[in-house]
Design a protein around this ligand. Structure first.
Ligand SMILES: Nc1ncnc2c1ncn2[C@@H]1O[C@H](COP(=O)(O)OP(=O)(O)OP(=O)(O)O)[C@@H](O)[C@H]1O
Ligand SMILES: [Mg+2]
Length: 249
């Protein structure tokens, strides 16, 4: 990474999170190392989004710790977690439809000083050069894929050490997903640690070094993404394969 937050591993240590009164993430430990994509897979209701919201400070974990390098960021407010270097893209995040691409990016960098914001936006545009042609276009006129690019660019504009993306392909055509995936690889290539949650397991496993499978709030598998690609029975047991219909090829 040339500037921004230095390359650092984000670690979850036995994180336990409840929704209401029900514990839905149980003692989850995982690591998101810099410079690569880590996949988090699991069936609907497994607790993936809950985990992301807890890391981002939007839900308060009951137990466990979140560390960025040596620095503990558990239970800090969302702005502090972001400024420490952790950017999250929550499931179904939307743009402000009346604001242009430029203004959507500006809003996302409001907490930075002017120079940092300009550098961050430039770095994000380096990853998503297609957005330059849409610079003055309001969010509502962008295609689904372009909107997802802006959402990812917003997260990258804060120059995070770690980026957590919840459901990259939500609502997008397979051909669009295929264009977005190399952009996440490029983000990782620039030194960012990327956690990718993706309903289409093979999309995530094709780019990830390491994969985790969450089911019923617990980690059921942790190992190389390549091993998981070759062991469909592991995914099968977590009911992922029932989602095969309509997968991008
Ligand atoms: N706002 C909420 N209030 C109460 N329970 C919730 C809430 N959101 C989610 N849950 C419950 O928490 C559990 C975990 O949900 P979560 O959204 O984290 O799963 P997920 O793995 O992201 O699923 P999906 O693949 O469908 O996105 C589920 O049982 C869900 O019903
Ligand atoms: Mg989810």
């Amino acid at each position: 990474m040339t500037a921004g937050t230095p390359a650092t591993t984000l670690s979850l240590e036995e994180l336990t999170v409840a929704r209401g009164t029900r514990v839905v993430v149980r003692e989850v430990s995982l690591e998101i190392p810099p410079g690569e994509v880590t996949a988090l897979l699991g069936p609907n209701g497994a607790g993936k989004s809950t985990l992301v919201l807890a890391v981002g400070g939007l839900l308060r974990p009951l137990k466990g710790r979140v560390l960025l390098g040596e620095r503990e960021i558990t239970r800090q407010p969302p702005e502090k977690i972001r400024s420490a270097g952790v950017a999250i893209v929550p499931e179904g995040r939307r743009l402000l439809p009346d604001l242009t691409v430029r203004d959507n990016l500006r809003v996302a960098t409001y907490a930075l000083d002017r120079e940092q914001a300009a550098e961050g936006i430039e770095a994000a545009l380096g990853l998503f050069p297609e957005l330059k042609a849409r610079w003055n276009t309001p969010g509502r006129f962008l295609s689904g894929g372009e909107q997802q690019m802006v959402v990812l660019a917003q997260a990258m504009a804060s120059r995070p050490a770690t980026l957590l993306v919840d459901e990259l392909s939500l609502g997008l055509a397979p051909v669009v997903v295929k264009r977005l995936v190399p952009m996440l690889e490029a983000a990782a290539g620039s030194g960012v640690g990327v956690l990718l949650i993706e309903q289409f397991a093979h999309v995530a496993l094709a780019v990830a070094e390491t994969a985790y499978v969450l089911e019923g709030g617990r980690i059921r598998y942790h190992g190389s993404a390549a091993d998981l690609r070759e062991s469909p029975e592991i995914l099968h047991s977590a009911y992922l394969l029932r989602q095969r219909a309509g997968e991008p090829g």
